[in-house]
Design a protein. Structure first.
Length: 188
């Protein structure tokens, strides 16, 4: 009787240990997917992109001012935004903007991504405009970059490599440079 009680106790302890181990492994995987450190991610992307970029400032943007958030995300509100990190030139005369948006768990990622795509202003700078705009997501992190093609494409590809090409729907836009000058401005 004593022997069978010890065996049952050992089996119970092993089951508890196995259950705790499975819980910890499962919890660790789901935490890793949603807790990407956005600043570290951006630094790694730049390091691996092999492109010479202008002097950039990467910063976390507070979510309290909807107008500021909207100026980076082009979203009508920030209800679905959990975290926002942007990287832009120190000198604003260069067309470059990288934005990483971590969304809340209940957000419709494709809908938010489409809203950004539909509303993006590739001419948001005073004297210059972006040639290309690339946007995708990895889990609940939306990533976009817009700039000259020579800068934007390598950075975008570096993001995809960073997340092992585990991305959602990819969208891209090109600058519409078919501007017509008014007749009075045309020199003949």
């Amino acid at each position: 009787m004593k022997k069978s009680s010890i065996i049952i106790l050992i089996i119970a302890i092993l089951v508890i240990i196995a259950g705790v181990a499975i819980y910890m492994i499962t919890n660790q995987k789901s935490t890793n997917n949603s807790s990407i450190n956005l600043k570290t991610m951006i630094d790694t992307i730049y390091k691996n992109s092999n492109v010479e970029l202008p002097s950039l400032e990467t910063k976390k943007i507070g979510l309290s001012d909807n107008n500021v958030v909207s100026s980076y995300t082009f979203l009508s509100n920030n209800d679905n935004v959990e975290e926002l990190v942007v990287s832009e030139p120190v000198m604003s005369s260069q067309a470059y903007s990288l934005v990483a948006i971590k969304l809340k768990n209940n957000a419709n990622i494709e809908q938010v991504k489409q809203e950004i795509y539909d509303n993006v202003d590739m001419n948001k700078w005073i004297c210059v405009s972006a040639e290309k705009f690339y946007i995708t997501n990895h889990n609940n992190v939306i990533f976009y970059v817009m700039s000259y093609e020579d800068w934007a494409k390598p950075v975008y590809d570096s993001f995809k490599k960073y997340v092992n090409n585990e991305v959602g729907k990819e969208l891209e836009k090109s600058e519409n440079s078919d501007y017509e000058l008014p007749p009075e401005m045309i020199v003949q």
